[in-house]
Design a protein around this ligand. Structure first.
Ligand code: IPM
Ligand code: MG
Length: 363
């Protein structure tokens, strides 16, 4: 079975700090591929601003073909000020959304884990965040991000009006809730479903559907519900009350940035976006950070940890995934820090040096 599996990766470095962090992650990938004899091969492609510059589209046909045939995708980040003023439908972000949607990558897993070595980097008191380990399961191909109708129209009185539509069907809700329940059963067994069911019908249906699925198939999961405004507050008040959080596309976008910051730096957090068969795109939770691009100061660890998630979820190479995570722990133990996680007494290193240190720790 194992050797019948194709193992092709598409690497999309993207924009801003994307190329630098992906390069560091690629070196780690090269090393684990040799060390664990994984038989992975990969090629590079263009997405976002880089693709606009080369092909006039943020997700050109050639990238789409590459993405469809790959088993997994490693993405850096997309976007930057040079593409801010181009027509809305071909902005870099639209390329990312199209890719997620075309490949049906509906399940976005965003872990927020506090490394004990970085407890000082959080803006919250250590006792509030020590040992934090939350998994946000965000629905990624539906909701208001994709709902029709959408646009900016002109009213009869000449005033402009912008509009979007938040939609979720039962099947979309069920498949993401299922992912959350399955994930929770491998961890703390608790799921908190986040909605705004007191105001929005779409999330009223969300709540009912999640509840029904639990009652039918997951009797042992401890399911709770929370309004999104309260969830945002609880995340900074007492974040350790959460195990798995499941929510829609927009709420998940916002709450995952908030959760990331609890851990001190968004520069540490990987993510996975999976389809129904385990094919996935893996990317750091942070963006393209154009302000620090090209300066060798970006933290490559989120991208390196995204490689670990790829090995775990798409290629089922748990041992190799664990080795990367341990190597990251090891470099933090050595006191190596990029600027974003720097604290007193530690040794400041650049993107390249951090990547090399992880490779060395793998040896
Ligand atoms: C994210 C990002 C994207 C999103 C942007 C870049 C379109 O913020 O992955 O969280 O909103 O989904
Ligand atoms: Mg976001």
């Amino acid at each position: 079975m194992e050797n019948l599996m194709s193992k092709q990766i598409l690497i999309l470095a993207g924009d801003g700090i994307g190329p630098e962090i992906v390069k560091a992650a690629e070196q780690v990938l090269t090393r684990v591929n040799e060390k664990f004899n994984l038989g992975l091969t990969w090629e590079q492609g263009l997405l976002g601003g880089a693709a606009i510059d080369a092909h006039g589209s943020p997700y050109p046909e050639v990238t789409s073909e590459q993405a469809k045939k790959a088993d997994a995708i490693l993405l850096g980040a997309v976007g930057g000020p040079q593409w801010d003023n181009i027509e809305r439908s071909i902005r870099p972000e639209r390329g990312l959304l199209k890719l997620r949607s075309e490949l049906n990558l509906f399940a976005n897993l965003r872990p927020a884990i506090l490394y004990p070595q970085l407890a000082d980097a959080s803006s919250l008191k250590p006792e509030i965040v020590a040992g934090l380990d939350i998994l946000i399961v965000r629905e990624l191909t539906g909701g208001i991000y994709f709902g029709q109708p959408r646009g900016i129209r002109e009213l009869e009185n000449g005033e402009k009006q912008g509009y979007n539509t938040d939609v979720y069907s039962e099947s979309e809700i069920k498949r993401i809730a299922k992912v959350a329940f399955e994930m929770a059963s491998l961890r703390g067994g608790k799921v908190c479903s986040v909605d705004k069911a007191n105001v929005l019908e779409v999330t009223e249906l969300w709540k009912q559907t999640v509840t029904a699925l639990k009652e039918e198939h997951y009797p042992n999961i401890n399911l709770s519900h929370m309004y999104v405004d309260n969830a945002a507050m609880q995340l900074v008040r007492a974040p350790k009350q959460f195990d798995v959080i499941v929510t829609g596309n927009l709420f998940g976008d916002i709450l995952s940035d908030e959760a990331a910051m609890l851990t001190g730096s968004i520069g540490m957090l990987p993510s996975a976006s999976l389809d129904e068969n385990g094919k996935g795109m893996y990317e750091p939770c942070h963006g393209s950070a154009p302000d620090i691009a090209g300066q060798n100061i970006a933290n490559p660890l989120a991208t390196i940890l995204s490689v670990a998630m790829m090995l775990r979820y798409t290629f089922r190479a748990e041992e190799a995934a664990k080795a990367i995570e341990d190597a990251v722990g090891n470099v933090l133990d050595q006191g190596l820090r990029t600027t974003d996680i720097m604290s007193e007494g530690m040794q400041k290193v650049g993107t390249v040096e951090m990547g090399q240190a992880v490779v060395a720790a793998l040896n």
